[in-house]
Ligand binder design. Structure first.
Ligand code: GDP
Length: 169
């Protein structure tokens, strides 16, 4: 069964140009509820870990530079079929290919500076409060793109930061 929570990040391009409110409004109009949110600036280490799956790609270094260039706004969103619904709401990676009305079509500057991140897997719902899956060195999280991404938001010295884990019934 698809989970009902997912992670998104309003990226520095959109946050710094005052688009956060517009993007949140669009997300809420699409039926998402904000469960948790914070404003933060990623360190190089956090951004590198977050995008570790792209480490070999030519755009990795500029991507990390971009993601650390200013404040961003991670949020946990809730909605039925959250991951797929959010991917549809944000649109294609490249705004030139994104559908009309999507976040990226409306607010992204380029394929790199594309306004918003959305998780591409449902792994987040397997998290538990205080779960070791938030620790990037945990064997549970190894090779899991989204666990690395969550871990990057945990704050210094493994601090919990944004509540990205779930209380499951
Ligand atoms: P997403 O899931 O749609 O965000 O896309 P990916 O996980 O494939 O890529 C992560 C992020 O890397 C994207 O959101 C872009 O910011 C950036 N990116 C992806 N592909 C490219 C590319 O071909 N060129 C550049 N400059 N950046 C890219």
């Amino acid at each position: 069964m698809a989970g009902n929570r997912t992670l998104t990040i309003i990226k520095p391009d959109a946050f710094n140009s005052g688009k956060a409110g517009l993007i949140v409004a669009l997300l809420e109009k699409a039926g998402f509820r904000i469960v948790a949110s914070r404003v933060m600036q990623l360190t190089e280490k956090q951004a590198g870990a977050f995008y570790a799956v792209h480490r070999e790609r030519p755009f990795f270094t500029p991507l990390v530079r971009f993601m650390t260039s200013g404040k961003c706004m991670p949020m946990v969103l809730e909605r039925a079929d959250a991951v797929a619904s959010l991917r549809k709401t944000i649109g294609a990676t490249d705004p030139a290919e994104a559908e009309a009305g999507t976040v990226r079509k409306l607010y992204a500057e380029s394929k790199e500076r594309n306004a918003i991140h959305a998780s591409d897997s449902d792994r987040m719902r397997s998290g538990r409060r205080g779960s070791s899956s938030l620790n990037p060195s945990s064997s549970k999280s190894r090779n899991c793109k989204d666990d690395y991404r969550r871990a990057a938001l945990g704050g210094p010295a493994g601090g919990r930061g944004l509540e990205l884990h779930h209380d499951r019934p």
